[in-house]
Ligand binder design. Structure first.
Ligand SMILES: [Zn+2]
Length: 124
C-alpha cells in the first residue's frame, strides 16, 4: 500500500468519524426531548389523578365509617402525595414550574420551582 493510499484512507475515516459524531449529537438531543416529554406526561398524569380524586366523592365504605378527623386525613394524604411526587421529580433534575414545565434543570436550583413547591406544600 503506498503512502498516498494510506493518507486517503485516513482522510476517509476522519470524515466518517465526523459524521458519526454529528449523528451522536442528534441522537442525544432526541433522547433529551423524549425524557422531557415523558416527564411532562408524568406530571400531567399526576395532575389528572389529583383532579379525579378531588372530584370523585369518597367511596361510602371507605370513609363513611371513619370519624371526621380521619376523613380529613384521607383527603390530606392525596394532596400530600402529589406534592411529594413533584418534589421527587424536582430532585431528579426536572423543572416543575410553569415557566420551564417538565424540562431538564441542568445544574443549580430554579427559583420558580422552589416558589412553586413552597406554595404547594402550604396549600391545604
Ligand atoms: Zn423551574
Amino acid at each position: 500500500m503506498d503512502k498516498e493510499e494510506i493518507f486517503k484512507r485516513v482522510a476517509q475515516m476522519e470524515q466518517q468519524i465526523g459524521e458519526m459524531y454529528k449523528g451522536l449529537g442528534g441522537l442525544k438531543e432526541q433522547i433529551v426531548e423524549l425524557i422531557e416529554e415523558n416527564t411532562r406526561l408524568v406530571m400531567e398524569n399526576q395532575r389528572l389523578k389529583e383532579l379525579f380524586v378531588a372530584k370523585e366523592p369518597p367511596l361510602p365504605q371507605q370513609t363513611e365509617k371513619l370519624p371526621p378527623s380521619q376523613k380529613a386525613e384521607v383527603e390530606d394524604e392525596s394532596t400530600h402525595k402529589g406534592v411529594n411526587h413533584l418534589s421527587n421529580l424536582y430532585d431528579e433534575g426536572f423543572h416543575i414550574c410553569n415557566v420551564h414545565y417538565g424540562r431538564l434543570r441542568g445544574d443549580g436550583d430554579c427559583l420558580f420551582c422552589i416558589a412553586f413547591l413552597n406554595k404547594s406544600s402550604k396549600e391545604k
